[in-house]
Design a protein around this ligand. Structure first.
Ligand code: HT7
Ligand code: ZN
Length: 859
């Protein structure tokens, strides 16, 4: 497959101001007539040939200005048509089989309904078209289908007319007044019911809101609707953005490759991010729904009104929109807890990307298959990069800059450079050097040393941006670091400061410190970097107990645990040193348990141990087996040392009645955290308490938490609880997904055998991405099972990739990065991982998606 390069961008020679589509819908045969009004693009080099992308299509008829023509030919999957004049009407008819579309890109069938997914390059599977985001058109769509099979007919924009035919079919005509690229096109037809509500915008316009689901799912749409209305209000208040159509529709589908899609006026969602009630969804599911609804809604401005010029600019819409949804969720709930969660995702998913063979800048320079670049780097690091700009200029100037960006580029297909320029002009900042964050991959390492002399504390900072594939040499980047210097005696500091490290090395002096202060740095995680520092244990203990920045407090506790576990994994600790380190950590956790200034949501965060993936990431070469052993042993030791405290915490939290408020959610969070420690330290006690929590649960958070603990243990309670859970929720796909995922991510020593037998379960199918992820993604991200020393875990995932690739290449390719970590794993396992990658590489007929990921991983 060819490599596509950012530097090769050229504007499309033709404009397509208007598109008329006519669909004759059927599950196994849909006929599409596309009428494109085209005219030469004065801003591009003239080309009499219009290049229309296709994927798996054959044209039935091709007309120019209403007349049949043979001045076209196919080039691979694309259709090239010679056009004699300046402007024409091109009409092409195609026929597609949605029921055979297992890739779930283009028009496909899901559960008897028809729906589309066009981002990034799915529209070309529906009709021939310049399927690139810089070609903007207004769409008029006529759809006809069987009235019984498809009573609801939806498309982008506004419904202009509808009616019934004599033959049992009916039709609808939709018009979207906003010019859009083809990736934002959407169509849905099916048996659906709606939760209908309305929202009045800041300028008094009434917008009808619909959430369409399957009959029976309606009672579980309330939270999604509330989330939508909150998002609409928040975007008006915080970013000044108002919704721009009279109708906003959301449709939930059960077969979907990602979380959701921001199609103009017709968002399509994975059911996982719509349906929730307390019996079937956890607190974190509720948060996920709120966040994804907000994300897709916010795209209406950051993505739809201002779209991307080409797919290299993906972070322009995705990084910015992730930042917007993060700020929204911070405002809706606990700001520090949300920040900690976001940093945990960044470290767990993006840092490994940045340090592996698939590392790429947030604005990549080349790709073979764009679907492979919907990554944590483009999304989450992209959000961090914009967050840094916000930190440097402050909220007010940031808002002035985003206003300027939206005003200047409304209706355009823009670039990351356009965004940076708007930031410079609107916020009054020079981002010359900052642009490196867009072009350089790799997580910068900042080395920190604090010196004290007389009355002055001097901070020595240096940075190194590691080499990444294709980028051996790096330049220093501007790194904004929030810091505070604490007086050891009073436990106070004189105010937070922002220093920006712009050079490879620099020093910063702070006067007025008679005693060496305690340094709190990268507060709020102001920059997406790793900090290298030999922080004295007593300073970490001080910060873990006293830092007034909750994120820094969390960080100190994590550092304390990470530095201990790294030594333990290296075998550098004798028994006495091990014991005293564990006691220090137990004291710090004990203080967290006893601190009544903390709310339980925050307490729950502080109790979460650094993940095995994150621990591996801090090591040059990791031994996943040793990491697992030491982390579990430490957890068990903490569970034993703090048994009475955890039992008391569990009892206190269990007395809080169910509600969705912060106090009750916090109680549920610490309750399961307590069980995790207790089960590690005293499995019998943990089992009894988890079983009791399971049986007494009146909500999914408690039930799933208890089942998760039981699934990692042995005994009849495990079997009974798993059986009860399945029987209780059989038929509810999203909860059955949880049942698969809990077993595939469990601590149980026989996890792999469980996964192998679950793959034969009648409810398992490779055709549904949620089910595939719930079994195999959960397994691939379960380090102790995936990294079994025998290599069986690697083989299992390689088998999955090969089996899934012909069905759904996008989803198959998403498993490759786990095997791609081979260079950072100890030699025995590393060889086994590489062997599986080579086995995949040698398979005939790999998809472009999997081919690209495997070849980069081996390269
Ligand atoms: N912008 C959406 C991306 C997306 C997607 C990409 C490739 C294949 C399938 C997909 N479904 C959705 C989602 C978002 O970031 O909002
Ligand atoms: Zn997005």
């Amino acid at each position: 497959p060819p490599v596509i390069r950012r530097e090769d961008y050229k504007p499309f020679p033709w404009l397509v101001p208007q598109v008329e589509l006519s669909f004759d819908l059927g599950i196994s045969k849909t006929t599409v007539q596309a009428k494109l009004s085209v005219e030469r693009n004065p801003a591009a080099n003239a080309d009499p040939v219009i290049h229309l992308n296709g994927d798996g299509l054959q044209p039935l008829t091709v007309l120019i200005d209403g007349e049949p023509t043979d001045s076209w030919h196919m080039e691979d999957a694309d259709l090239l048509l010679s056009l004699p004049g300046e402007s024409h009407e091109v009409t092409i008819t195609t026929e597609i089989d949605p029921s055979a579309n297992t890739q779930l890109m283009g028009l496909y069938a899901s559960d008897g309904m028809l729906c589309t997914q066009c981002e990034a390059e799915g529209f070309r599977r529906i009709t021939f078209f310049p399927d690139r985001p810089d070609v903007l058109s207004t769409y008029r769509v006529h759809m006809t289908g069987d009235a019984e099979a498809f009573p609801v007919l939806l498309c982008n924009g506004n419904l202009e007319a509808s009616g019934a035919n004599d033959d049992g079919t009916h039709w609808a005509e939709w018009h979207d007044p906003w010019p859009k690229p083809s990736y934002l096109f959407a169509l849905v037809a099916g048996q659906l019911v709606a939760n209908t509500d309305s929202f009045t915008t800041m300028n008094g316009r009434k917008v009808t809101l619909n959430i369409y689901v399957r009959d029976g799912d309606l009672p579980r749409t309330g939270h999604a609707m509330e989330s939508l209305k909150k998002s609409m209000r928040w975007d008006e208040k915080v970013f000044g953005r108002e919704y721009d159509l009279d109708l906003f529709n959301i449709v939930a589908v059960s077969d979907f490759n990602m979380g959701a899609m921001e199609n103009k006026g017709l968002n399509v969602f994975n059911t996982k991010y719509v349906l929730a009630d307390e019996d079937t969804a956890t607190d974190s599911d509720f948060d996920g729904i709120e966040g994804v609804i907000a994300h897709e809604y916010f795209h209406n401005w950051s993505g739809n009104r201002v779209t991307c010029r080409d797919w290299f600019q993906l972070s322009l819409k995705e990084g910015f929109t992730v930042l917007r949804d993060q700020l929204f969720s911070q405002d809706m709930g606990s700001e520090p807890v949300k920040r900690i969660e976001d940093v945990r995702v960044l470290r767990g998913a993006q840092f490994p990307e940045d340090s592996g063979p698939l590392a790429h800048p947030i604005r990549p320079d080349s790709y073979r298959e764009i679907s492979n670049f919907y990554t944590a780097t483009v999304y989450n690091k992209g959000a961090e990069v914009i967050r840094m700009m916000r930190t440097m200029v402050g909220e007010e100037r940031f808002r002035a800059a985003t206003d300027l960006y939206f005003d200047t580029h409304d209706g355009e297909a823009a670039t990351c450079e356009d965004f940076i320029r708007a930031m410079e002009q609107g916020a009054g900042i020079d981002l010359g050097q900052f642009r490196l964050w867009y072009s350089q991959a790799g997580t910068p390492k900042v080395t920190v040393r604090l010196e004290h002399d007389g009355e002055t504390a001097t901070l020595h900072l240096s940075q190194e941006v590691p080499a990444t594939p294709g980028q051996p040499e790096k330049q220093p980047m501007p790194i904004p670091l929030k810091l505070a210097l604490f007086d050891r005696e009073t436990g106070k500091h004189h105010g937070e400061q922002l220093v920006t490290l712009t050079k490879a090395q620099d020093n910063f002096s702070f006067a007025g410190f008679a005693q060496p202060p305690v340094l709190s740095i990268n507060r709020g995680f102001s920059a997406p970097v790793t900090i290298q520092r030999d922080t004295p244990v007593e300073d970490l203990v001080f910060l873990a107990a006293k830092d007034d920045d909750p994120f820094a407090r969390y960080e100190a506790l994590q550092d304390l645990i990470v530095s201990h576990l790294k030594q333990a994994v290296d075998g550098a600790l004798d028994l006495a040193a091990m014991q005293s380190a564990r006691e220090a950590i137990a004291r710090a956790l004990g203080a967290v348990l006893a601190d009544d200034t903390l709310d339980d949501l925050m307490r729950g965060e502080l109790l979460v141990l650094p993940s095995e993936t994150y621990l591996a990431e801090t090591m040059l070469i990791a031994d996943p087996g040793r990491i697992h052993e030491e982390r579990q042993a430490m957890r068990a030791a903490l569970g034993t040392m703090l048994e009475a405290e955890f039992v008391a915490l569990h009892q206190r939290a269990s007395a809080v009645p169910f509600s969705l408020d912060a106090e009750a959610r916090g109680a549920r969070k610490v309750k399961t955290q307590a069980l995790i420690y207790l089960a590690a330290g005293n499995p019998e006690l943990g089992k009894q308490m988890a079983w009791a929590q399971y049986q007494g649960a009146d909500n999914m958070t408690d039930r799933q938490g208890a089942l998760m603990v039981l699934t990692g243990l042995t005994g009849i309670e495990r079997t009974d609880a798993l059986m009860d859970f399945y029987n209780r929720y059989q038929g509810n796909a999203l909860v059955v997904d949880k049942w698969f995922a809990l077993q595939a991510s469990s601590m149980h020593p026989a996890c792999m055998a469980h996964v192998e037998s679950l793959a034969k379960h009648p409810d398992f199918t490779l055709k549904n991405p949620n089910r595939v992820r719930s079994l195999y993604m959960a397994f691939a991200y379960n380090p102790h099972a995936f990294h079994a020393a025998s290599g069986e875990g690697y083989k299992l995932i390689a088998d999955v990739i090969l089996a899934l690739d012909p069905i759904n290449p996008q989803t198959a390719a998403r498993f490759v990065p786990q095997l791609g970590r081979w260079r950072r794993i100890e030699p025995g396992r590393s060889a086994l991982m590489k062997e599986q990658l080579e086995r995949i590489a040698s398979a005939p007929e790999l998809s472009r998606d999997t081919y690209e990921q495997v070849s980069r991983s081996l390269g």
